[in-house]
Design a protein around this ligand. Sequence first.
Ligand SMILES: [Zn+2]
Length: 427
Amino acid sequence: MPTSRSVLVRPFLLMATLAGTLSGQAVRLTDGDLLVQRALASLQHDQAWTLAQQIAICEIPAPPFKEATRAEDFKRRLIALGYLDTRIDAVGNVIAQLGAGTGPTVMVAAHLDTVFPEETDVRTTRIDDRVAGPGIGDNCRGVAVLLTLAKVFKETGLTPDGRVLLVGNVGEEGPGNLRGMRHLFTAEFPREIDYFISIDSPGGARIVSRAVGSHRYTITFAGPGGHSYGAFGMTNPMHAMGRAIAHIAALEVPDGPKTTFNVGVVRGGTSVNTITPQASMEVDLRSESADNLREMDQRLQDAVARGVAEELARWPASRAPITVRYDTIGIRPTGGQSDDAFIVRTAKAAAALLDDGLNWTPRTTASSTDANLPISLGIPAITISGGGAGGGAHGTEEWYRDTADAYKGPQFALLIITALAGVRLAP
Ligand SMILES: [Zn+2]
């Protein structure tokens, strides 16, 4: 005879009832639904607490590769909430775990890093419900929402049927190149995660369901170089790069999802009267389609090779070679995920439940976020907003407004998490 019995429920009934899809029918909410309903009320009650966390976290600098101080602080906050086993992994991600059942494993993450260099003044200023400060929305909002979820899970005794991993991760912004995610999905929890949710920045029911991938390179052209007058007739790496840029500028993009290219930075040169020994450019390719990205990669390399060949052909008497080197700045992988995917439909249903005809009407979109990595591995993943309103992300004038319904951000996340992970009820 079993000594204990647990029941897996998902708050579908609650969601369906409140969303009105079962209107006209008498529905009795399950115990699981009632637990979720209690947690939703707690999240609303905790709105001011969430904002206080958001401000405190924001005032701890977290530049790319220097997230450690904020990570230690975040770990302390989780331990204080009762997550005694909270740990920091080899690359700096903070990991706490809720539940240890055999149901699905859901990872919920918020990135700790900002785009701001170390010397940035990260103090915040607050006037009523408006707070200004670098990183206050992107992503102190996400981190604070994650903490509030952690708090309410403990307080209400809401336990997943499987596992919920609460993660403050490193390396989301450009230079970080998703290194936090790479480590989590390949080294820390390989093949263990069934669903992934990233909470990133303020806003309503924006569901990032498709990943915009990118390939970014520094391409360096080099040769011996020489005097502009004395060595005239020698091949010129800067001219080769100019020819290559002209070919890149003329590229056609493949059909299908939006695909883009950009030469964003050019560098090089010694003086006006020198054939420079070196010139370089930074190039960004983007697409939602992995095939299109591969195709564009090939077209980029062809354009560069053509530029060099033309420069060599221009000066057949020159014996000076031109070499080309590609250094990868960042690779953000992409992959297909349909808006019919279970995780996307679940998020839409959760948003519909909160919908007041304003900010919580669900809409799906494509972006480049931490969810890129799991999506590229075929793991169902979305990025959602954390409630409230904001603007000026990645600038020092960034602001956040704690709107009257800002608590819907954590509620949105909780509904999705419990729908995916299930709720374990005590016998
Ligand atoms: Zn962000």
